[in-house]
Design a protein. Structure first.
Length: 453
């Protein structure tokens, strides 16, 4: 976001700063070096003016719309912009009709669809024939994972580019450029203190639009510096300072990016789960707090923590499951914010204790056999025989009551259907309580082997 701007209309001060600072060329574009850096595929396509249809996937404020407009400028194509939130099939038809007219004149059209994931299947399908026959070059922008939100037919006809949140240094550059290059802001003679710049860049959370919106409001609140004289340039007034207090006031209601139904939601709960599994209580706490700060329902996290206790701790430390259930119940009784501490306690415990996924994998393997082994009959010796008739049929015959056996174990007894043979799903790990469980099961399996020989 730099001085190379789209033509500026009159009364530009009434246009949002983010719009006024939108770059018009690739050289002025900030960030996304992994897709528009030197020698990258998209860069070469723009430089060679060889268009293709594409989808930009990334968080808000990372330059998706700007990049689409830069491409249109660079290849001298007409640019039609639709919002999937506001547009319908009628708007699509009108855009296609206009593109066909330009096509007959030998001119190209880029049809840009913002929030393309909001279009339903039929609306997405409406683009396909015109992408195929070259009537339009399609560029979609989305904050949601295209593999979940876009039709396979459309995805197969576009190349997906993943845009990333801007870095702190990128955002600092965006802010500095706005102060020095925007005609209106530069006339205000704003002085931005370094710690204020740092804070603005951090609270923007990777979003350039957000950074510029905060900056614009901060400029309105900037206070004259009593220690500065009139600028030597007679056209400039006394310097106005944006200090840290102003930035804190402007951004005090700022909420971190967290989409309760989108990718960021699942990315953060995945990070929490994997941090617990990886025995890192500090990272686990961080992701828990990120989700709470972003507005996630603590009860959702509590349910997931119970799952973690079974999946990743299991019998290595059965106390983890009970503590997780207690945390869930504690939150239901205390509510927020007091109850969140109990969930944090459970998370820290699970992250710190011994890990085992032995039960998880044993369950999956046993479920697979149960689903694929048809309706195998229960062996007769394991069947209950409450009536004389059932006893005459052989139900329960030769069953060995374990408590009557040495070590309370009927060595050599079989408990699986005859057609399956013996299975060993559960393989305890050498950690926590499962170490003792493993030793016990090894002893019992040894007795089974001795009985058979």
């Amino acid at each position: 976001m730099s001085a190379e701007l789209f033509p500026v209309e009159k009364n530009q001060s009434y246009r949002p700063l983010a719009d006024r600072m939108r770059p018009a060329t690739l050289s002025a574009y900030i960030g996304q070096d992994h897709i528009v850096g030197q020698g990258k595929t998209l860069t070469q396509a723009i430089e060679n003016q060889t268009l293709h249809s594409m989808v930009f996937w990334g968080p808000p404020g990372t330059g998706k719309t700007t990049l689409a407009k830069i491409i249109a400028n660079s290849v001298q194509a007409h640019f039609i912009s639709l919002s999937a939130v506001l547009s319908g099939v009628k708007d699509i038809r009108e855009a296609i009709a206009q593109a066909k007219q330009w096509q007959q004149q030998g001119e190209s059209t880029i049809l840009f669809v913002d929030e393309v994931h909001r279009f339903n299947k039929s609306q997405q399908d409406a683009f396909l024939p015109y992408v195929e026959d070259g009537t339009i070059f399609f560029i979609g922008a989305t904050t949601e994972n295209p593999s979940f939100e876009l039709n396979n037919a459309l995805l197969s006809r576009v190349k997906t580019y993943v845009l990333k949140s801007l870095t702190i240094e990128d955002l600092k550059t965006v802010i500095r450029n706005a102060l020095s290059e925007d005609e209106f802001l530069s006339s205000l003679n704003i002085e931005l203190e370094e710690d204020s710049l740092e804070l603005l860049a951090h609270v923007a959370d990777g979003d350039a639009r957000r950074a510029l919106n905060f900056l614009e409001i901060s400029c309105d609140l900037a206070e004259p510096n009593p220690n500065s004289d009139l600028d030597s340039d007679s056209n400039k007034t006394k310097k106005r300072v944006i200090n840290k207090t102003i930035v804190q006031d402007v951004t005090s209601q700022s909420i971190r990016r967290f989409d309760k139904g989108g990718d960021m939601f699942y990315e953060q709960i995945s990070a929490l789960h994997k941090s617990v599994r990886g025995s890192n209580p500090d990272a686990s706490l961080y992701w828990f707090c990120r989700m709470i700060d972003g507005g996630c329902d603590p009860l959702y996290i509590a349910r997931r923590v119970v799952r973690m206790a079974s999946e990743d701790i299991g019998n290595a430390d059965p106390r983890g499951l009970q503590l997780s259930l207690d945390a869930w119940q504690t939150y239901e009784r205390l509510g927020s914010p007091e109850g969140e501490l109990a969930i944090a306690q459970a998370i820290v415990y699970l992250a710190s204790t011994a890990k085992s996924n032995a039960v998880y994998f044993a369950y999956k393997e046993a479920m697979s056999d149960a689903r694929n082994s048809a309706s195998l009959e229960v062996p007769e010796h394991l069947r209950n025989a409450p009536t004389k008739f059932m006893k005459e049929l052989g139900y329960g015959k030769d069953y060995r009551y374990a408590h009557d056996e040495e070590e309370a174990f009927a060595a050599g007894e079989t408990y699986f259907p005859d057609e399956m043979g013996e299975k060993e799903y559960y393989q305890p790990v050498d950690r926590g309580l499962e170490l003792k469980i493993k030793q016990k099961l090894d002893r019992l399996r040894q007795l089974n082997t001795q009985s058979k020989t």
